[in-house]
Design a protein around this ligand. Structure first.
Ligand code: PHB
Ligand code: FE
Length: 342
């Protein structure tokens, strides 16, 4: 699965798919209710309420609507990502690559041990259609779930007021090798430099090619490229070497999901700082706090979940291995969850 790329290019608005199970707009709030299998999802002025069946009847869980929409935006844009996308300690998705599980309380030790968790598996394209319809209906005009909170409006609060289709339908740019190569994704020359990166030099490297190697040697200013990112917490493929993907991203505020890895991920902190909370993937028990400063490198193991906090917008390089079958190698113990032994 390739990771996503967001560009400033906006795609055409798409109507919700017919098979999505949804209600008429609520008379008071204007928001629709949705069903995803046995899950029911509704939102009010502040909260999203998720409910699922259990042996004690239906259980409900509440998530602040902005947090829910930021998490859902990542799940949609990343095609359910690698491994677990925990919206919070209770609700989320697990990518089975072609199929996807949605879960409630499954990775919350207390609820799960009490037999109150619930998991349902879907065809990815059906679940994706439902997720997209929810995003479309629940984001009011002006709210951009990819933006840092200080760079978008607070219109996520309150009843439905218009929609935010342009923000949620950003077209993915699939980089084949590197941005700026002939026939590959563009550099971000048409986007403004973000306020947090006003000091980043904008000059491009000089490329001098030996005769016969024209079009084969390439370089670009990655710091300039990242300084012009208009989204946060959105690793985008920026170099592809077989299954090795460099996915740099710019980070401000809180990673909107708690990511449960299904493979090792390497982090290279390119600028500023991110504070990572690392927990056991299965139970959520604390495992580590990692404060990464510019220049620091960390390998995040395959058996953890993690969430990052960045006060000043920072640049992070996420290095992913997109090889098929990796999750099975870790789950069966054929690979250790960490890449190095000291
Ligand atoms: C991660 O889970 O590794 C991750 C996800 C999104 C980011 C950074 C890291 O922006
Ligand atoms: Fe991760």
């Amino acid at each position: 699965m390739a990771m996503p790329e967001t560009a400033a290019v906006r795609g055409p608005a798409k109507a919700p798919q017919p098979e999505v199970a949804m209600s008429k707009p609520d008379e008071k709030t204007g928001f629709r209710q949705f069903e995803l299998g046995q899950f029911q999802l509704k939102r009010d002025e502040y909260f999203v309420h998720v409910s699922w069946p259990s042996r004690r009847g239906r259980l409900t869980h509440r998530i602040s609507a902005d947090a829910f929409l930021r998490a859902l935006m990542r799940d949609v844009a990343w095609g359910f990502f690698y491994g677990l996308v925990n919206f919070d300690a209770m609700f989320g998705s697990r990518n089975l690559y072609g199929r996807v599980e949605f879960f409630a309380a499954r990775y919350n030790e207390g609820y799960h041990k009490a037999g109150l968790s619930y998991v349902e598996e879907f065809d990815s394209s059906f679940a994706m259609a439902t997720c997209k319809a929810i995003l479309r209906d629940w984001c009011s005009a002006g709210f951009d779930p990819f933006a840092a909170p200080g760079e978008t409006s607070a219109t996520w609060v309150g009843p439905k007021k218009g929609d935010s289709v342009a923000a949620i339908e950003r077209v993915r740019v699939a980089t084949k090798r590197m941005p700026g190569l002939v026939g590959d994704s563009p550099l971000r020359d048409d986007l403004p430099v973000n306020r947090a990166f006003a000091d980043v030099p904008q000059d491009e490297p000089a490329i001098e090619v030996e005769p016969g190697f024209e079009g084969k040697l390439h370089a670009f200013n990655l710091f300039k490229y990242l300084s012009r990112s208009d989204v946060t917490w959105n690793p985008s493929v920026t170099s592809v070497c077989r299954e090795s993907l460099f996915c740099p991203t710019t980070e401000e505020y809180i990673l909107p999901i708690i990511h449960g890895n299904d493979r090792v991920e390497w982090f290279v902190q390119l600028t500023d700082e991110i504070d990572w909370e690392v927990q056991d993937k299965e139970t959520g028990k604390p495992r580590a706090r990692v404060l990464m400063k510019a220049g620091d490198v960390a390998a995040m193991p395959a058996d953890i979940r993690h969430q990052g906090y960045s006060t000043k917008r920072s640049m992070l390089l996420v290095w992913e291995n997109a090889r098929m079958g990796l999750p099975e190698l870790y789950e069966s113990g054929q690979l250790k969850p960490y890449p190095v032994e000291f």
